[in-house]
Design a protein around this ligand. Sequence first.
Ligand SMILES: O=C(O)CCC(=O)C(=O)O
Ligand SMILES: [Fe+2]
Length: 284
Amino acid sequence: MIEVRRLGPQIGAEIHGVDVRKLDDAGFAAIYRAWLDSNVLVVPGQQLEIQDFLRYSRRFGVVHPHPSKMTRHPDYPEITLLGVNKFGPDGQLDQAIYRRGAEGWHTDGAYDQEPFKATQLYALAVPSSGGDTFFASMYAAYEALPPRLKQRLEGRKGAFTYGGRRKATALLNEEDRDWTPVFHPIIRTHPETGRKGLYFDPGKILRIEGVEAGESDELIDELTGYMIQPAGEYRHKWRKGDIVIWDNRCSYHKAAGDYPPEEDRIHWRVSIKERSAADTRASA
Ligand SMILES: O=C(O)CCC(=O)C(=O)O
Ligand SMILES: [Fe+2]
């Protein structure tokens, strides 16, 4: 019997009573519904091989290799390894790997024409302290905007690149660093829930289109201040065997980046996109 427990006041839910390797369509439909309702879904206590994780992940959409080629699993390019090869040949801690995702609140893949629908992590090793992941709702951020800002932003697009204004591209290969900007509406309607969210990422946005440069920077600062609403937050403390999936269309997240570096904190990660009509036909 599948049981859904709410975690945070607005986002976060935990599923009990499932083994994701043996989930029928009705069971998956219940999980998918709970995920849409809660933005961040935790399925604890799973024992998975890579193929199990990929198979389960593909039920949410199409799994895509991440643009950071150097952190892909050598045999499975769709799997990104988090926390692996943290120490360089000189014994120095590689901050880009250790603090991946910890530089600020963000949403995955805003630099892509079609941003990731979801990101899913499976915990293989968990440190004795620290290393949590923080989540926050884009719906709550949108709802907190004053009417003046909602009006000003309606129909406006942001220009985004991988490294944003800081050009933070350490995890990209040299030849991939010259990123062409892509454009997304700042007020985004979720394609499945129909709810509006503040689609925003201060580390990847370059500018807001159609306003002059100084004003765009001011708007970016102002919006940054609305992203995190306390009632819209959930903080995940990892246990080995946890699967966590978050919806990049309606949530921000950030790694705490604070665990003892000599300890292991290792995840498999997949980046998931929407299934297109063509994909559906191909798998039918
Ligand atoms: O390691 C984490 O807690 C999350 C890192 C992150 O931002 C991501 O995987 O997209
Ligand atoms: Fe991320």
